[in-house]
Write a protein of this length. Structure first.
Length: 106
């Protein structure tokens, strides 16, 4: 199991991406967190943005398709899509994630 962290321009974009990942069974579940304040350098300038984060729960084998789906739905030129491995957790929950995305890679 892995978590995929994605920053989005706003709540609507994050909800659209989160919903689509679950609808396509690329993620078992997504969470949307509003009110994220981000600071970053872009094209030589220090920028600040209010963003919304999506965290998708999926398996490593689905990551390429998740990245592709996010890139297709995202408004940013270079969307942040970061994979975080899961070291452990509730086995029943992790089994549920695997069963929802339809592939086992652990």
């Amino acid at each position: 199991m892995v978590l995929v962290y994605v920053t989005c321009a706003d709540r609507d974009e994050a909800r659209r991406i989160g919903r689509e990942l679950v609808r396509k069974r690329l993620a078992a579940c997504t969470n949307v967190f509003s009110g994220v304040e981000s600071f970053f350098n872009w094209e030589g300038q220090l920028e600040q943005a209010d963003e919304t984060v999506v965290i998708a729960k999926t398996v490593r084998a689905k990551v390429p398709a998740v990245v592709e789906a996010v890139r297709a739905l995202h408004s940013y030129t270079v969307p942040a899509v970061v994979v975080v491995p899961v070291e452990g957790g509730n086995p029943a929950f992790m089994d549920w994630v695997v069963s929802e995305v339809g592939i086992c890679d652990r």
